[in-house]
Write a protein that binds this ligand. Structure first.
Ligand SMILES: NC(=O)C1=CN([C@@H]2O[C@H](COP(=O)(O)OP(=O)(O)OC[C@H]3O[C@@H](n4cnc5c(N)ncnc54)[C@H](O)[C@@H]3O)[C@@H](O)[C@H]2O)C=CC1
Ligand SMILES: O=C([O-])CC(=O)C(=O)O
Length: 341
């Protein structure tokens, strides 16, 4: 997205005052809905999705505060039409016809909390939003950002199963921020150009369940095992690093909005038939014995086209993989149990 988005922005700016930039759009119509659009992630994510030329309609939904965000973002001279919706009675309208639904609704952590501490509030929010998705846009690709992702994605799957709309190809836990962090931290340590870095991050999205595969990182670098361990730990604790720095004012919002925009863009490209779109995501999986697992996923016209395997792991990564399984298993089971209660 990075280059295409900037190119498109530059084009719009250079044609300011004319309609030329708009008339040349050839991408198909795509509606994206953001649920939780007035929040810390929701607002910058709304901005970034407004800059994405693949979006023709952008629906911004929250329980309150969306008219202001929608009015503000709507003045930006890019392709998409902005639609603002506030309050539960408008949720159906926000969702109708959506191709991609992004969910950053829910409470964020404060220092001292784990992501699982958010379960009690966010599980119910995700359950009710997914119930509405099943009703109003059952074929949309659903990008779940709300934490704890390791549980909220299984909750979403159970809600969709119950409604008879579940398609495992269309449900994604957004773990892109782990990849974004792994790339940044690796580039700093390996002294390589960050724009060239590729690092898969697998497992889940909480603490030790986040497993960056630095042995597969490119460009390759001769890092010591101590350096790899430190990079792994920093990636696993990246969220906590931000929570502590914000000191009670929430968790990552700007970097998450960036990551969410990258992942939604990949979903849109896949829907539009762009070949070889691959991103890591927490999806239904047979890569391990766990029913959900984050790994590289090829995106296509129906969502997940292929869940890719883990590739060769170092001994350190093999240990990490075994160590993460009990926590990830219990978080998945907790979500499934909640959805059935
Ligand atoms: N997957 C990931 O990598 C990351 C996930 N997160 C998670 O994203 C979530 C949101 O974080 P922030 O934006 O910082 O929180 P925030 O509190 O700033 O914003 C959340 C928004 O959700 C809205 N909301 C609450 N209930 C809703 C409902 N039923 N329907 C629609 N909107 C509703 C609120 O009104 C608020 O505007 C948290 O659960 C956080 O842990 C945060 C960073 C990274
Ligand atoms: O740490 C948190 O609570 C928010 C999050 O998921 C992240 O920044 O990775």
């Amino acid at each position: 997205m990075r280059t295409s988005m900037l190119r498109s922005l530059a084009r719009r700016t250079s044609t300011a005052g004319t309609r030329r930039g708009f008339a040349s759009e050839s991408a198909p119509d795509r509606k994206v809905a953001i649920l939780g659009a007035a929040g810390g992630i929701g607002q910058p994510l709304s901005l970034l999705m407004k800059l994405n030329p693949l979006v023709s309609r952008l629906a911004l939904y929250d329980i309150a505060g969306t008219p202001g965000v929608a009015a503000d973002v709507s003045h930006i001279n890019t392709r998409s039409e902005i639609l603002g919706y506030a309050g539960e009675e408008q949720l159906g309208k926000a969702l109708e016809g959506a191709d991609v639904v992004i969910i950053p609704a829910g409470v964020p952590r404060k220092p001292g909390m784990t992501r699982d501490d958010l379960f009690n509030i966010n599980a119910g929010i995700v359950k009710s939003l997914c119930t509405a998705i099943a009703k109003y846009c059952p074929h949309a690709l659903v990008n779940v950002i709300s934490n704890p992702v390791n549980s909220t994605v299984p909750i979403a799957s159970e809600v969709f199963k119950k409604a008879g709309t579940y398609d495992e190809k269309r449900l994604f836990g957004v773990t892109t921020l782990d990849v974004v962090r792994a790339k940044t931290f690796y580039a700093g340590k390996a002294k390589v150009n960050v724009a060239d870095v590729i690092v898969p991050v697998v497992g889940g999205h909480a603490g030790v369940t986040i497993l960056p595969l630095f042995s597969q990182a490119t460009p390759s670098a001769n890092l010591s095992s101590e350096e790899i361990e430190a990079l792994t730990k920093r990636t696993q604790d990246g969220g906590t690093e931000v929570v502590e720095a914000k000191a009670g004012k929430g968790s990552a919002t700007l970097s998450m909005a960036y990551a969410g925009a990258i992942f939604a863009d990949a979903c849109l490209k896949g829907l539009n038939g762009v070949p070889d779109v691959v991103e890591c995501s927490f999806v239904q999986s047979t890569v391990t014995d766990l029913p959900f697992f984050a790994s590289k996923v090829r995106l296509g016209k129906n969502g997940v086209e292929e869940v890719l395997g883990l590739g060769a792991l170092s001994d350190y990564e093999k240990e990490g993989l075994e160590a993460l399984k009990p926590e990830l298993k219990s978080s998945i089971e907790k979500g499934i149990k909640f959805a059935h209660a």
